[in-house]
Every structure is written in structure tokens, then in C-alpha cells.
Design a protein. Structure first.
Length: 298
């Protein structure tokens, strides 16, 4: 395999293959997306959305193909054998690197419906991929600090409306809604700045999950709690492309939907908000212990 070549050469080859795979499928994706935009009828959307999703799944399968060709990574994955490719899932995961996205797509492709991410508004301008995310109805969010939201509470309502509109589209066909509850990638500096009580995680932000559950709680059949561990150190994207990532551990466990929380008013009811935060804290304690255990075993 190509991973026996010098790392910079492997990285270059992997980059080219990723680019070629993207250049092949994004124009096809945009063709059908424009049709959907020009004919804004529910019947047309229901007919074209599965086509768009199959194109995206084929793109992901192509990425998995060049990963197998260029990488020497050992994958230790558990918990994905009984998933439903025609259901609705809310997927939650710890977040350490941009590599997490490729890991999640590789592990879940065609096992569950396509993962839909809530993206930062700035990512809409990423060449090619921004258009692809738009075509696939990935919602773009403007992220604000708590200090900003206190001064401009109307922006919180705007984000809620964006989430509600996105979830209305997600409810039409089976979808997996992806949530990184930390809200950003873990770094030692962020961990120290937050004074996080967890060893391997930043503090959980439960607002996004609350919005998704409130909008689609009756659709989701499970929450998939995903834990990713890189035993040899968290890689950056170039290290991954260069075949320097030797091992990945992924654990998936289904959790029941907390319906007692899903029906509550997270934004307006402090009791509901506190209950969500307790739920998130308990989930994070368990995940932190799991990461510690998997790291020790490795």
C-alpha cells in the first residue's frame, strides 16, 4: 500500500485523491440541489433529497477508499452492529480534531442516515464544501458568546429559529443530527481556561442538544453517544493525510431519548435548563472515565 512511501509523499497523494473525489461529486450534487431550489415543491424535495444523500454517501465511500489505500491505521470500533439505516438518530461525540469528521463519516456511512452537522456561518465560504453543505441542507449558525447573548437576547431566538427550520427539513426523511456537546475542539489551553472539571473533555453545552430534542424528540429513536480516542496522540489533518495516525478507538452506545426533558422549555425555564445540565454532566462523567480507561488499555 501507499503508506510505505515517505510521509510527505503519502500526504500529497491523499490530498490529491481527496480533492479529486470532491471535484467529481460536488458538481453532481449541486445539479440536483439547484433543481430542488428552482422547483420548491414538497414532492420534488421528497424525490430529490434521497438522491442528494446517496451522492454524499458515495463521496464518503470514496474517501474511505483513499484512506484504505494511503493509511496504515488500525481501527478498533465497537457498538455499530445493530444500527438502523432508515431511522433518525441524534449523535453526540467528544471533539478533538478535524479528523473526527472523517472518522465519524467512515464509521457510520450507510449504517445510519447521513450525518448532518450544525456549522459555523464562516464555513459557508469554504471552497466547494460550503456549496456541498448548502446543497445537503446543513444549517449554518452564528455562534455568540454568553456575554454577547446577554446584551443581544434576540440573537438567541434567531439561533433557535434556525435550528427549528433545519429540524423541520430533517424530519422529512431519515436523518442523523450530529452534535459536539463541547461546542469546539478540545485543547489543553481551552481546558485550562474553562477550568473544566473533566480530565479529557471541555464543559458540555447542552443548549444545542436541547433545541434538537425539542424540535425532533418524537422522531429520534436513540441518542448515539460516541467516544473517539487517539491512543498515540491527537492528530492534525496533515498528520492524518500523511499516514502518521496508527490507531483509532471508537465506542458507540445507544442512549434512550430523555423525553421528560425534550418537552421542556430550555431557554425559558431555568428548572429545565438545570435538569439538562445535570444530564449532560452525568453523561460527561461517564465519557471522561471511558476515555481514561481506553487510553490506559491502549
Amino acid at each position: 500500500m501507499l503508506y510505505v512511501l515517505p510521509a510527505p509523499v503519502v500526504g500529497l497523494i491523499a490530498t490529491v485523491l481527496l480533492l479529486l473525489n470532491t471535484l467529481l461529486w460536488v458538481p453532481v450534487l449541486l445539479f440536483f440541489a439547484v433543481l430542488k431550489l428552482l422547483i420548491p415543491l414538497r414532492k420534488v424535495r421528497l424525490a430529490l433529497d434521497p438522491v442528494l444523500l446517496r451522492i454524499a454517501q458515495t463521496w464518503i465511500a470514496g474517501n474511505s477508499g483513499w484512506m484504505r489505500l494511503t493509511q496504515r491505521t488500525s481501527w478498533d470500533v465497537q457498538g455499530i452492529d445493530n444500527l438502523d439505516g432508515h431511522g433518525w438518530y441524534l449523535v453526540n461525540c467528544n471533539h478533538q480534531s478535524w479528523v473526527d469528521i472523517l472518522v465519524l463519516q467512515h464509521v457510520f456511512n450507510r449504517r445510519i442516515p447521513l450525518l448532518k452537522f450544525f456549522l459555523k456561518q464562516q464555513l459557508a465560504w469554504v471552497p466547494l464544501m460550503g456549496l456541498a453543505w448548502w446543497a445537503l441542507d446543513f444549517p449554518f449558525m452564528r455562534r455568540h458568546s454568553e456575554a454577547f447573548l446577554k446584551k443581544h437576547p434576540e440573537m438567541r431566538a434567531k439561533d433557535q429559529e434556525t435550528t427549528r427550520q433545519a429540524c423541520e427539513k430533517f424530519a422529512l426523511i431519515p436523518t442523523s443530527v450530529m452534535n459536539f456537546m463541547e461546542g469546539t475542539r478540545f485543547t489543553a489551553a481551552k481546558h485550562q481556561q474553562q477550568q473544566s472539571p473533566y480530565k479529557h473533555l471541555l464543559k458540555p453545552k447542552t443548549g444545542g442538544m436541547a433545541l434538537a430534542l425539542n424540535a425532533m424528540g418524537d422522531k429520534f429513536q436513540d441518542i448515539l453517544d460516541v467516544t473517539i480516542v487517539y491512543p498515540d496522540g491527537v492528530p492534525d489533518f496533515w498528520q492524518f493525510l500523511s499516514a502518521k495516525l496508527r490507531r483509532i478507538i471508537v465506542r458507540v452506545r445507544p442512549l434512550p431519548i430523555p423525553y421528560h426533558l425534550a418537552q421542556g422549555d430550555y431557554a425559558g425555564d431555568p428548572v429545565v435548563r438545570a435538569a439538562y445540565q445535570r444530564w449532560g454532566h452525568q453523561l460527561w462523567l461517564e465519557k471522561d472515565a471511558q476515555i481514561e480507561s481506553l487510553g490506559t488499555q491502549a
